[in-house]
Structure formats: structure tokens, C-alpha cells
Ligand binder design. Structure first.
Ligand SMILES: [Zn+2]
Length: 318
């Protein structure tokens, strides 16, 4: 190797090392710059705090990962009887938007009160649904279990979509696209339920469950409903079992010669089991009513919950 060649090799090696170092430095600089930005982006995602598992699912379908969706109730918890926990106000205080079912599903309006107490905006999903009336103590009440008709579920989704767009108009197209796809899925679900219910003989289309959660479902899909308690599971207006109502339920089961009655995942099954024994019918299975299933179960989404309920009902009554 000549001296000039040696010099050339040394010079280029030095240059290469310098370039690599500069590249490393630049990469490190960019990473240092990006890391806090990424963390910041995660931290600054708007937060939606929901009362029930159903409305939380609807919210997730609309916002994707653009916002963080949290839920006060866990799977299997009863919204009528829920007692506020010390951490709830703290959770709701982080919300950019609160979402409730409404029509007093949340016993004593606990979600609405939490939102008012912490000064957070709240949207009621039932707004715009056509209410079914259920007897209260002095006057008729609006039955809050409106999500059980897919047509109402679509109204819930539109209400959430509109509130989310108001909160973050910059990504409006994105929210509209997600909502449109989900609304298509709800329409498909609606037609599928109608087809499935047709497998049940007309005289067997009577749904007996623990509490009045299925009035909208029965109305939308052509069943009669009979329940031993009123629209709430607790000691609220219109709630509670009376000996008369219990007897009416048993008579109704016998009169219609019903094959099976159902327990609910979020309501104590004892009373329904007693009634089943007394009326001489089988328990047809467990239905998701005021709460969806736990994560990793078939009922963990609204569509999954409705699908599993319909399959359980059709298998037991057909
Ligand atoms: Zn209920």
C-alpha cells in the first residue's frame, strides 16, 4: 500500500466513524425529543367516563384509540343498586365527557350526580328514544332498559358520536366513519334477531326473567314479557317483588305452558329459581341484562351480549 493510499483509507475511516457518531447522536436526539412527545400524546388523550358497560362499549366503537374510555361499573354489577365508591368522584373528575344511560337506570341518578359534583359535561344515551312506560308508585315511569332494541342502541351510538365530535371536531370524519360501520352492524344484528326468534313457536314467545329489563327487547322482537319484580332491582320507585306479582308470574308461566325461564347475570338468581321450582319449569340459562359479560367472555361486547342472549332464549324456548 502506498503512503497516499494509506492516508486515503485512514481519512475515510475517520470520516465514517464521525458520520456514525453524528448519526447516533442525531438518533439519540430525535428519540429524546420523541419520547416525551409520545408520552404526552398518551397522557393527553381525552378521557370518557361511562356509567355502564354497554354505553362504554358504544363509546369505544366510536372513538377507537383516539380517546380513553373508562367505566365506573365492572361487568356483572347492577346499575340500579350501585353505591358510589370513594374513588368514583376522582375518576369522574378526570373526564372530558361523561356518558350515562339515563332515565334513572343509574339508581338515584348516581352518574349524573357525580358529573354535577365534579363539574364535568354529561350525555344521556336515551335522549331521543321512544320510552316504554312502566308502573311507578304514583305515576308511570320511563323504562330505562332501552338498549335492548337495536334501534335504540343506534340512537345511543348517535348521541355518543355527536357528543364526541363536539368534544374533538378535528377528528369528526373519523368518528363518523367508525359510527357508520357500527350502525351497519347493529342493523345486521337487528335482522338476525328477528330471524332467530322465528324459530320459537309463537305460543312459546314469552320471556320470564328476574326483572323488567327486557320490555324493549320483547317489543322489538315479538315476545311477551313477564317478571316477578318491576323495572328496578332495588328498593326504588316501582321496584320489589310483591306476593301478588310473584303469583301472577307463576300463573303466567303455567297458563302459557312455558318451557323455561331465565336468570340474569347481574341479578341474584334465588327468586327465579324458587319460582321455577314452584311453577315446574326449567331454568333456560343466564341472560345478560343490565351488564355485559366480563372481558374474554362471549358477552363482553354489546353485539356479543345480544347474540348470546338470543341463542340462549331460542335454544330454551324453541
Ligand atoms: Zn334493570
Amino acid at each position: 500500500m502506498t503512503q497516499s493510499m494509506m492516508f486515503w483509507v485512514l481519512k475515510n475511516t475517520a470520516l465514517a466513524i464521525q458520520t456514525m457518531n453524528a448519526y447516533r447522536l442525531a438518533s439519540a436526539f430525535v428519540l429524546t425529543l420523541l419520547l416525551p412527545l409520545t408520552l404526552l400524546a398518551q397522557q393527553s388523550r381525552p378521557v370518557i367516563v361511562c356509567s355502564t358497560t354497554q354505553v362504554a362499549d358504544f363509546a369505544r366503537q366510536v372513538v377507537g384509540d383516539r380517546m380513553e374510555v373508562k367505566c365506573v361499573l365492572a361487568a356483572g354489577q347492577d346499575p340500579h343498586l350501585y353505591e358510589k365508591k370513594p374513588g368514583d368522584a376522582q375518576l369522574v373528575s378526570t373526564a372530558d365527557l361523561c356518558v350515562e344511560n339515563g332515565w334513572h337506570l343509574e339508581g338515584n341518578d348516581w352518574m349524573r350526580k357525580l358529573a354535577a359534583q365534579t363539574g364535568r359535561p354529561i350525555v344521556s344515551c336515551v335522549e331521543g328514544c321512544q320510552p316504554l312506560e312502566v308502573p311507578g308508585v304514583d305515576e308511570a315511569m320511563q323504562d330505562p332498559h332501552a338498549w335492548f332494541s337495536c334501534t335504540n342502541a343506534a340512537i345511543y351510538v348517535r348521541n355518543i358520536r355527536d357528543a364526541v365530535i363536539q368534544l374533538d371536531p378535528h377528528h369528526a370524519d373519523e368518528y363518523r366513519s367508525r359510527a357508520a360501520l357500527y350502525l351497519d352492524q347493529l342493523r345486521t344484528l337487528h335482522s338476525w334477531i328477528l330471524r332467530e326468534i322465528n324459530h320459537i313457536p309463537v305460543e312459546q314467545r314469552v320471556l320470564v326473567t328476574s326483572h323488567d329489563a327486557f320490555n324493549y327487547f320483547c317489543q322489538a322482537y315479538g315476545l311477551k314479557s313477564a317478571t316477578p319484580v318491576g323495572w328496578s332491582t332495588g328498593n326504588e320507585v316501582g321496584a320489589g317483588i310483591t306476593p301478588q306479582r310473584r303469583q301472577e308470574t307463576i300463573d303466567s308461566i303455567r297458563k302459557h305452558q312455558i318451557n323455561a325461564i331465565f336468570v340474569e347475570t347481574s341479578v341474584n338468581p334465588t327468586m327465579v329459581r324458587e319460582i321455577a321450582r314452584e311453577a315446574g319449569v326449567a331454568i333456560g340459562g343466564e341472560l345478560y341484562s343490565d351488564s355485559m359479560g366480563a372481558p374474554d367472555t362471549a358477552g363482553e361486547t354489546y353485539i356479543g351480549m345480544m347474540r348470546e342472549n338470543v341463542i340462549t332464549i331460542v335454544q330454551a324456548l324453541k
